[in-house]
Structures are given as C-alpha cells and as structure tokens.
Design a protein around this ligand. Structure first.
Ligand SMILES: *Cc1c(COP(=O)(O)O)cnc(C)c1O
Length: 398
C-alpha cells in the first residue's frame, strides 16, 4: 500500500456532499426522502444562458482560453463590480476559476506559508478551514453567537489577531447561517484588518440572494484602502443556478491575482471555455430570472422559519440571505430515539434520515454541534412536508 500524503490527515469529504449522496442512495432504493440538504438552487439555469453556451459551441469556442479567463468575461466581471459594488478593477486584478471554491483554494495556496493564521468566524462554510490547512495555514476559529446575529464583533476580531495573522475570511451573507453584516459593521472590521496588515478575504457568493429588502455590501467597498487590501470572491453558481458549470471569480491586488493565476496555470489551466461564454451572458444579460428565484426563496424561508420555531426544542434564526436555515436543536439533545441517544447534530441528522426520511446537514462540520442546517432550495411542498416530519421525529424523542 502507498502511504498517503500527510496533508490528508484530518481531511474529510465535504459533509454536505456526503449527506446528499446518502439521501440520493436511499431514494434510489425506493425510500421516500425529503431532501433539505441541498447546497444549490433547485431552479434550472435560465434559457438565455444555456443558449449562449450552445452558441459558443457552434462558434467554435471550444479550445484553451487564457488561464485566468477570456477578456470578455473579465470585462463582464469588472462591469458587475462597478455596477453593483462601486468597485473598479482592471483585467489584471481579476481571475476566473473553476468555481468560486477553486478561486478560494488558489488564494490560500498563493498567500499562506506554514504557520500563517487565517481568522475564520464560526459557524463557517466547512471548506474554509480545510482549504486554509491544505495551504499550510492554521485556521483560527472565532465563535459567534446567535444572540449577536452570528456575526463576529470587531473586538473579538482584534483580540484574535496575532503576529502570524495573514488573513480574515468574511462570508456575508453566510453559509450556513444566512447572517449578513451591515456596511458600518464591515467598515469597522476592515479598519481593524487594515491597522494590522491582515488581508481581507470576502466571499460574496450569496450577495444577490437576500431578503426583507436587505442589500448586501462588499467590505472592499468601505474605503479605497479596504479595496486595495481585499480579495473579493464571487461566482455564477448560486446567483444563476449554474453550480454545474463551474465558474467563479476573484478580484484583488494584481500581485495576488498573478500568483493565483500561476497556480491555476499549473493545475487546471482555464475554466471551461463554453461555461465562460455562458457566464458572460449570465452576468451581462437580463437579470429577471434572478428576481423570480429570490421571490420564491423568500416565501419558503418565511414558511420554514415559522414552522421550525413552532417545534418544541427547536429554534430558528431568520436568515437575511443565502438559502439555508441554521436551526438550534439544543432543546432536543440528550433525548433518545429507538435506543439511539441524540448526543449531537450528527446523531439527530442520522435519526431524521433513518426514521423520518428527511435529509438535513449536521451543524458540527460548520463549527457548531448544537445546530442543523436545512436548505430551502427545494419546493414549498418539500419545505412544508420536511419540517412536518422533523416535528414528528422531535416529538417522538424520549
Ligand atoms: C457554494 C459556495 C461557494 C462556491 O461555489 P462554487 O460552485 O465553487 O462557485 C463559495 N462559498 C460558499 C460559502 C458557498 O456556499
């Protein structure tokens, strides 16, 4: 047997993808499973975007492209930043990657040396600490409280800055909590980062999926200094229901973008040429399907939060963005079901899948074991039926 690299120690398959796979396998066996685990919109990619991809194939746009993306897409991305965030970037400050996840991976590879610390507020998207560690860095997890809206205070941030702190990750709106920072909060965090020479990494993939009239701000837009000290990550996966197309992008200081491009050039090369042309249409074309999707998400969010909050032992924070509810299940922990003691979120998720036919993602891998993550990127019917089953399962706990 070949011994695997030490880099692999502690590396696990993404919990979100794992639960989705198990739910799919059970459904394939004929079990009636309601999936509330999805990490992607349940809408189809809009027709104008598909047509742009078909046209790209017909036009012969099927060869290697520049590693960091075609100029047409970089210009579309620059136009988006100007229009939506009032941020000015030139082509050499932008890189297009094989999904936003790939941009973040490249970024950690580009900036981290062994022992460099990355501040990550918790609950977090489970890939940040793993990708930081794969880059040789040390994740420094800062717990946040639901009572504080799951947001890191500037005081907590300052207290956790050390001479080794290289970067801080801000994900607003957040996966898994749906929490979102105000412009003023972002400005204070940016100020603390600037004073301590800490690079700001801002994952804005859920920027457009916001509710109650809330408009997400980019931390990079809080001052020109903040813009120069930030790498902003975004992509088309969530906004345009394009998860399978694998297009994400980052904008930031030229030297960092150049380093990310070198890494990409020696690993994946360019993202798919056809998807890049589709992304040009997604970003620059009509935006009406986005409004329809957000409208649907908001209705489902309202229904899900209200139903969860009426279950004894469960409470749900109302998310301002993304398409997840991070529900507190502390009131159920310690209960028993069919001989199984519910000690943490993974036990409860397993109980829900086996006994109630509902797939949710345990909160543990996101940094808080007192929670489960439920996705409302599924039909209203599934939202209603899924939560009904959770209520029953919760009621059966002895
Ligand atoms: C989905 C997601 C991404 C990136 O997804 P890609 O499909 O790789 O673009 C990045 N950050 C968060 C928090 C996400 O949930």
């Amino acid at each position: 047997m070949i011994r695997l690299s030490g880099r692999l120690s502690g590396l696990e398959e993404s919990a979100t993808l794992a639960i989705t796979a198990k739910a799919k396998a059970l459904a394939a066996e004929g079990r009636d499973i309601i999936g509330l685990g999805a990490g992607e919109p349940d809408f189809d990619t809009p027709e104008n975007i598909k047509n742009a991809a078909i046209k790209a194939i017909r036009d012969g746009q099927t060869k290697y492209t520049p590693v960091g993306g075609i100029n047409e897409l970089k210009d579309a991305v620059a136009g988006k930043f100007k229009r939506d965030n009032n941020l000015a970037y030139s082509r050499d400050e932008i890189i297009v990657s094989c999904g936003g996840k790939h941009s973040i991976y490249n970024l950690f590879q580009a900036i981290l040396d062994p022992g460099d610390e990355v501040v990550i507020p918790s609950p977090y998207w489970l890939s940040y600490p793993v990708m930081a560690a794969l880059g040789g860095g040390v994740p420094r997890i800062i717990p946040t409280e639901e009572s504080a809206g799951f947001k890191m205070s500037v005081e907590a941030f300052r207290e956790n800055i050390t001479p080794r702190t290289k970067a801080v990750v801000i994900n607003s709106p957040s996966n898994p909590t749906g929490a979102a920072y105000t412009f003023e909060e972002l400005k204070r965090l940016a100020q603390a980062a600037l004073e301590n020479n800490v690079l700001i990494i801002s994952d804005e993939i859920y920027e457009k999926l916001t509710y109650d009239g809330f408009k997400a701000s980019s931390i990079a837009s809080t001052s020109e200094e903040a813009r120069r000290n930030s790498v902003v990550l975004n992509g088309v996966s969530k906004t345009y229901s394009m998860t399978g197309w694998r297009i994400g992008y980052a904008a930031g200081p030229k030297e960092i973008v150049k380093a990310m491009t070198s890494i990409q050039s020696q690993s994946t090369s360019n993202p798919t040429s056809i998807s890049q042309w589709a992304a040009v249409e997604a970003i620059s074309g009509p935006q009406d399907s986005l409004a329809v999707m957000v409208g649907e998400f908001e209705k489902r969010r309202n229904a899900m939060v209200e139903a969860l909050n009426s279950i004894e032992g469960v409470s749900a924070f109302k998310p301002l963005g993304a398409f997840y509810v991070f529900a507190n299940i502390s009131g159920l922990l310690g209960g028993r079901s069919k001989g199984r003691e519910i000690k943490g979120s993974a036990d409860f998720a397993a109980c829900l899948l086996d006994e109630a036919g509902v797939a949710v993602v345990p909160g543990g891998p996101f940094g808080d074991d007192r929670y489960i993550r439920l996705s409302y990127a599924t039909s209203m019917k599934n939202v209603v039926e899924g939560v009904r089953r959770i209520r029953e399962a919760a009621g059966r706990l002895g």
